[in-house]
Design a protein around this ligand. Structure first.
Ligand SMILES: [Zn+2]
Ligand SMILES: [Zn+2]
Length: 161
């Protein structure tokens, strides 16, 4: 554990950010989980270690220097995770159910993006997240108007309860 903290401190120092206990705690938390956590979830997980405002500042500082990535699963809530974890998810598309909000990884689906020169640079260079949306199998077979409960292997179920 100590060496882990030491490695994290070194990574922080290498970015030019000051090494503070708050930043190390955030890095340690997000490095130890595959899930992406929202600001509120990070505050909760850290318990009494830090106040909301400083956690918010630390998250944004770490995104700015490239140690964390943030994304919006479609519900307008920023979630944060390590850039390594984010790169892994960028390698495959995702499916967001319009009815129940479940977000699923689609490692077996390939979506080919062909773009013209007029497309934004991020699209031309494939630095974008591909998200398909529609109704998941559970919701498609549910009684109309009644969304099925989230199910299967999802980002949501990966988050610690
Ligand atoms: Zn659904
Ligand atoms: Zn994924």
């Amino acid at each position: 554990m100590l060496s882990n903290e030491h490695a994290l401190s070194e990574r922080l120092r290498a970015t030019g950010l000051k090494v503070t206990p708050g930043r190390v705690a955030v890095m340690k938390l997000l490095g130890g989980t595959a899930a992406a956590l929202s600001h509120a979830e990070v505050v909760e997980a850290l318990g009494g270690l830090a106040d909301r405002a400083s956690v918010f500042r630390n998250l944004n500082d770490l995104v700015r220097v490239g140690l964390l990535a943030r994304h919006d699963a479609g519900d307008r809530i920023w979630r944060f995770r390590s850039t390594e974890e984010a790169a892994e998810h960028r390698a495959h598309p995702h499916f967001l159910c319009d009815d129940c909000g479940t977000l699923r990884c689609l490692p077996d689906v390939e979506v080919v993006v062909r773009s013209l020169d007029s497309a934004p640079k991020a699209v031309r260079e494939a630095r974008v997240d591909i998200r398909l949306s529609g109704r998941c199998d559970g919701c498609a077979s549910a009684i109309p108007g009644q969304a099925a409960a989230p199910h299967g292997h999802t980002h949501r179920s990966e988050r610690p309860l």
